[in-house]
Design a binder for this molecule. Structure first.
Ligand code: SF4
Ligand code: F3S
Ligand code: FES
Length: 234
């Protein structure tokens, strides 16, 4: 089938502003949008810049705005998209070139919340594995699925207007440890999340939940974190 693509291009060495460029390629209905972008890059314009790695929805590197909606290019089938298919870089992060954005501010928020296990003082070198019941594991199961694609954070209008907001992805990853029975850093993380750029900047818009390609209940995780911070309900 013939597929028409409208790509928002920006090359800082050449362009003052981003602008739309149109391309037509041949594709199969079951091809992913990533396959189409590869066809443009490999056969029509090698200067097209995009990030991708796994091509199977796992590495989280190819989040883009596809027909106005945040999604992973490797998970969207051509047959499900209205044409011309518009593709833009995710919003709220500086564009380096075409669909490649500067992820440093995104990862700064993530790192600030200490996304690693902080062991209890007296259990730093355990003689055996740290046991956990199925119920304790279930408590944070949903938020372990995050692949750090940034689709949630860059769909949030609060983040668009205020890049100091730590953003939903960072809160999701804090949630993953805050509710882990083996972790002792919950209060430290909740303290950070209670500050002015933390979880209480969220206005429950739900864009983040809609955008998440892993189906994580992002807004619910944020609400649980807010509740834990307010009522000490760990
Ligand atoms: Fe991506 Fe979902 Fe993780 Fe947000 S919560 S970074 S949308 S996988
Ligand atoms: Fe933004 Fe999601 Fe909250 S879209 S306002 S982080 S519910
Ligand atoms: Fe890895 Fe799409 S290329 S998630």
């Amino acid at each position: 089938m013939e597929v028409k693509l409208r790509l928002l291009r920006f090359n800082p060495e050449r362009d003052e502003d981003a602008h739309w460029e149109d391309y037509t390629i041949d594709a199969e209905p079951m091809d992913r949008l990533l396959d189409c972008l590869h066809k443009v890059k490999w056969y029509q314009d090698g200067s097209l810049a995009l990030r991708r790695s796994c091509a199977h929805g796992i590495c989280g590197s190819d989040a883009m705005i596809i027909n106005g909606v945040n999604a992973l290019a490797c998970k969207v089938l051509v047959r499900d998209l209205k044409q011309p298919i518009t593709v833009e870089p995710i919003r709220g992060l500086p564009v380096i070139k075409d669909f490649v954005v500067d992820m440093d501010p995104f990862f700064a928020g993530y790192k600030a919340l200490k996304p690693w296990l902080i062991p209890h003082e007296n259990r730093r070198e355990p003689a055996r594995e740290r046991l956990q019941s199925p119920e304790e594991r279930e408590r944070y199961d949903d938020t372990t699925k995050c692949i750090l694609c940034a689709a949630c954070t860059t769909s949030c209008p609060i983040f668009w207007s205020d890049e100091e907001y730590v953003g939903p992805a960072a809160i999701v990853n804090a949630h993953r440890f805050i509710f882990d029975s083996r972790d002792a850093g919950a209060r430290e993380r909740l303290e950070i999340l209670s500050q002015k750029d933390g979880a209480f900047k969220c206005r429950t818009v739900f864009n983040c939940t809609d955008a998440c390609p892993r189906g994580i209940k992002v807004t619910r995780a944020i609400q649980e974190v807010k509740r834990a911070a307010l009522f000490d309900s760990l």
